[in-house]
Write a protein that binds this ligand. Structure first.
Ligand code: HEM
Length: 392
């Protein structure tokens, strides 16, 4: 078995490769891309918090014209920035995502979940992805931002195109497509922001507009970038918590029965789904200053990839990592990252997951897989299913 993160074998099932990395090369240098891949929990946890690693800078002059709009948007994503800009951008929105603020969305999330299930309940079958896992988080984040319902469908393609650039890929078409999406997305947000300037509402976009108006604290480009990042992050991740989690649960009927009868386990179950088949399998950083680590010298400018899905299956950290245990204790997985970029939306994702699983098991207790081997989307970094047909 050869480690190549671009190979179809790796992308369709990375877990056997993770086992090999743990055993033989916990720090693996991949010559083809000059990347150091980290697979051990301890290494990932330590280096995610190490400020000798960070994000690279963007240089528009090195980018083809067909990708300028993408670079312009992503260069102001907090996800891809270092302090102090990262700190400032995160500070502007973090209050909306604290566990206390998010808890206030409980009734809204429950209503959205119930409305979505009402549409399929009588049919006896559903595609979990199209009918719930996708529309639930999308509707929630769109409502938080204040994007009118009528426009929400148009966002699917834009968001998908942008998310594709987060994967490991050398395909220029992926970046060109994303750049077109970024341009259209920006135009749309510009119009909506102008509308909110005239008629402020109780939503995140209006809040950001008022910050921008107050002075030089937030530029217009940062406003578009922040809104689009929240939109993409809210779109492309929680979908996979619900999809991958349900697939795992249905493949372990004892765990399914356990959760059905002991709904109090839903919090630990959600943590276990996040660990067991992680929605975000990898993140990366650049070495900002030369450093020694684990017997290696990482030169300045080198790329370090954190295999979060591998760290979450590290036998030195997790007992029987290949086993799904919805009551697992001491389950501090790295599915939301670590350090300064730790997922801002984690409390929201957790609450959405909790409500989705509780409601599904309560309303559709006879859920079964309708096919044996559902297909995964073609994105290694964001691991998720294309569809998940179920009967009930
Ligand atoms: C199960 C669902 C989710 C997973 C697994 C997840 C995972 C992650 C991970 C691993 C990171 C860190 C990436 C890195 O260090 O490079 C991250 C960052 C982030 N996530 Fe999430 N996420 C989820 C849901 C959400 C939601 C619902 C939102 C908001 C609507 C969100 C917003 C963000 C933002 C804004 C960042 C960047 C934070 C920063 O740079 O400081 N995420 N997420």
């Amino acid at each position: 078995m050869e480690f190549n993160p671009l190979s179809p074998e790796f992308r369709s099932n990375p877990y056997p490769f993770y086992n090999l990395l743990h055993q033989h090369a916990p720090i693996f240098y991949w010559d083809q891309w000059k990347f150091y891949f980290l697979s051990r929990y301890e290494d990932c946890a330590a280096l995610l918090r190490d400020d000798r690693l960070g994000r690279g800078s963007f240089d528009e002059s090195e980018v083809p014209a067909s990708q300028i709009d993408l670079i312009r948007m992503q260069s102001d994503w907090m996800l891809l920035k270092n302090p102090p800009d990262h700190t400032r951008l995160r500070g502007l929105v973090y209050k909306a995502f604290t566990p206390r603020m998010v808890e206030q969305l409980r009734a809204t999330i429950q209503t959205i979940t119930d409305t979505l299930l009402d549409k399929v309940q009588a049919q006896g079958e559903m595609d979990l992805i199209a009918d719930l896992a996708y529309p639930l988080p999308v509707t929630v984040i769109a409502e938080m931002l204040g994007i009118p319902q009528a426009d929400q469908d148009r966002f699917h393609e834009w968001s998908n195109a942008l998310a594709a650039t987060l994967d490991l890929t050398e395909d220029a078409a992926v970046y060109d497509r994303a750049s077109q999406a970024a341009a259209t997305f920006t135009d749309y947000l510009a119009e909506l922001a102008a509308e909110r300037r005239r008629h402020p509402q109780h939503d995140l976009l209006s809040a950001l507009v008022s910050v921008e108006e107050a002075g030089d604290y937030l530029t217009m480009n940062e406003l578009y970038a922040t809104s689009s990042l929240l939109f993409v992050a809210g779109h492309e991740t929680t979908i996979n918590l619900i999809g991958n989690g349900m697939l795992a649960l249905l493949r372990h009927p004892d765990q399914f029965e356990l959760l059905k009868h002991e709904q109090g386990l839903v919090k630990t179950a959600v943590e276990e789904f996040l660990r067991y088949d992680s929605p975000v399998q990898m993140t990366a950083r650049i070495v900002l200053e030369e450093m020694e680590y684990g017997g290696y010298t990482f030169p300045r400018g080198a790329q370090v990839a954190f295999l979060l899905g591998a760290a979450n299956h590290d036998p030195e950290r997790f007992e029987k990592p290949g086993q799904l245990d919805i009551a697992r204790q001491k389950n501090q997985h790295l599915s939301f990252g670590g350090g300064i970029h730790y997922c801002l939306g984690a409390p929201l994702a957790r609450l959405e997951g909790e409500i989705a699983f509780t409601t599904l098991l309560r309303r559709l207790p006879q859920l079964r897989l309708a096919i044996d081997t559902p297909e995964y989307i073609d994105n290694y970094l964001l691991r998720g299913l294309k569809s998940l047909p179920l009967t009930f």
